[in-house]
Design a protein around this ligand. Structure first.
Ligand SMILES: Nc1ncnc2c1ncn2[C@@H]1O[C@H](COP(=O)(O)OP(=O)(O)OP(=O)(O)O)[C@@H](O)[C@H]1O
Ligand SMILES: [Mg+2]
Length: 443
């Protein structure tokens, strides 16, 4: 562990997440071998940093290291760049030229975005990995090289294989050891640590005192999905460091500088590509419904637990609990707290940061049935006809989007006494979409 901390310090790695530690631990273990390593992870998670750590801790550390982005080299020149060419091999080849595999002999080559490598180049690379042999473009002389390969990808290589864009044999050869660098959203405990580190770094660079975020501003950072990961966080820290007039930054100021922080980047429902503006609005409504349902459900669960515990009650039968799923008449379903994307609505959302919001992961949570587990301290008789009860009760939720969409539209129409324009406005969809839905659901 001490070793891990020392390495983090040496390479400026910030973070305490077990996922990060595991990835780093693997990197340290394989560094001193010549094994090929495949680093996977989303854009901006630190894949290149990992490749440098591996090189720096290897026996090749005094030899050269180069990072090559396979996606950035045109298909027509990549073979010549990597393997070199002979004079006259193609138009413009006025002299012999060494490629990276010759120049970096004895060192390490980091092949970023390996999934973008053209198929013919993949087969030359496979030959190098298997025998160390390669041929310059336009030559027939077999040359040898001793290079350690570290590859990285932010796409699913198995998917590229299925599409015949990536060689399966190369995949298995590269994947001797793989390191999955975690996305920032999977290591939330590191978000603030990283922000603070970057804020201090930028304060030094711009010679200002470091930024201080208030509690709600920190909450905003934690709620963001960070699709661009550490790179995005670093950019946010830099932008706020430069723009903040006041060193103490409130949540309101933070979203003023970085409006993207209001977007949660929820999971997407893929559309068929038609009418994307409309389907986006429809998605928004569905997300609102799902989040509201989730919150209502959590409130209900707590309420039921409390009631059972405080009053020493018998646990009601599942059928009576299901009655609680009937839509509430409070009409507040549209005050969805999590899904506003319009920046001028951000005050609303910021106000709601004060409330303790459960973090919702739709992938993980929405499809599951509700499980109610009574606490074991109340004296309870088993329910008739439900002998298994006493440990776990499972209720099957109705999560059909269509059903909830229909209910919501009915409620909006009722609330606005059938005035479609007002109902559509409240639902956040166009009148045309509402009209279509009314017909579709036969309302
Ligand atoms: N754990 C970390 N602590 C501090 N800074 C980090 C950490 N990991 C990465 N960084 C910084 O984040 C930025 C992005 O890292 P890097 O370029 O290695 O990501 P990447 O995964 O290669 O991205 P891409 O897929 O876009 O090429 C760099 O500025 C890097 O220094
Ligand atoms: Mg990179």
């Amino acid at each position: 562990m001490d070793n891990l901390q020392a390495i983090k310090q040496r390479f400026g790695i910030v973070g305490q997440s077990p996922l990060l530690d595991r990835a780093l631990d693997t990197a340290i273990r394989v560094a001193n071998t010549d094994l090929t390593v495949l680093i996977t992870g989303e854009s901006g998670v630190g894949k290149e940093v990992f490749s440098k750590i591996i090189h720096s801790l290897s026996a090749r550390k005094h030899n050269k290291f180069i990072a090559i982005n396979c996606g950035a080299i045109p298909e027509g020149t990549i073979n010549s760049e990597l393997f070199g060419h002979e004079k006259g091999a193609f138009t413009g080849a006025t002299s012999d030229r060494k490629g990276y595999f010759e120049t970096y002999d004895g060192g390490t080559i980091f092949l970023d975005e390996i999934g973008e490598m053209p198929l013919d180049t993949q087969s030359y690379l496979l030959r190098i990995l298997e025998s160390g042999e390669f041929i310059r473009v336009g030559s027939s002389n077999v040359l040898r090289t001793d290079v350690r390969i570290i590859a990285a990808t932010n796409v699913d290589l198995k998917d590229r294989i299925r599409k015949n864009k990536f060689r399966e044999d190369l995949y298995y050869r590269l994947n001797t050891v793989s390191i999955a660098v975690p996305a920032l959203r999977d290591r939330p405990e590191d978000i603030f640590l990283l922000f603070r580190r970057f804020a201090v770094d930028f304060a030094e660079r711009y010679r200002t005192p470091p930024l201080q975020l208030d509690e709600r501003a920190v909450q905003l950072l934690l709620n963001h999905a960070w699709p661009g990961n550490i790179r995005e966080l670093k950019n946010v820290a830099e932008k706020v460091s430069v723009m903040a007039e006041n060193r103490s930054v409130t949540a309101e100021k933070l979203v003023e500088y970085v409006p993207a922080l209001l977007e949660r980047n929820l999971p997407m429902i893929t559309s068929n590509g038609q009418d994307s503006g409309q389907s986006f609005q429809e998605r928004e409504i569905l997300y609102k419904v799902l989040f509201d349902m989730k919150n209502d459900l959590n409130d209900l669960k707590s309420l039921v637990f409390e009631l059972i515990r405080n009053n020493n009650l018998r646990v009601p039968d599942a059928r009576s609990l299901q009655a609680l799923h009937a839509p509430s008449s409070s009409g507040n379903a549209l005050k969805g707290r999590d899904l506003y994307t319009e920046t001028d609505d951000y005050r609303n959302r910021l106000d709601n940061l004060d409330e303790e919001e459960p973090q919702v992961d739709l992938d993980q949570e929405e499809a599951r049935p509700v499980i109610i587990q009574p606490s074991g301290n109340s004296s309870r008789e088993p329910l008739p006809g439900n002998a298994a009860y006493g440990s776990v009760e499972v209720l099957d939720e109705n999560l059909r989007l269509e059903d909830h969409e229909k209910t919501l539209i009915q409620r909006a129409l009722r609330k606005h006494k059938g005035r479609r324009k007002d109902a559509a406005d409240e639902l956040g969809i166009s009148e045309r979409t509402l009209y279509r839905k009314i017909k579709q659901y036969d309302l």
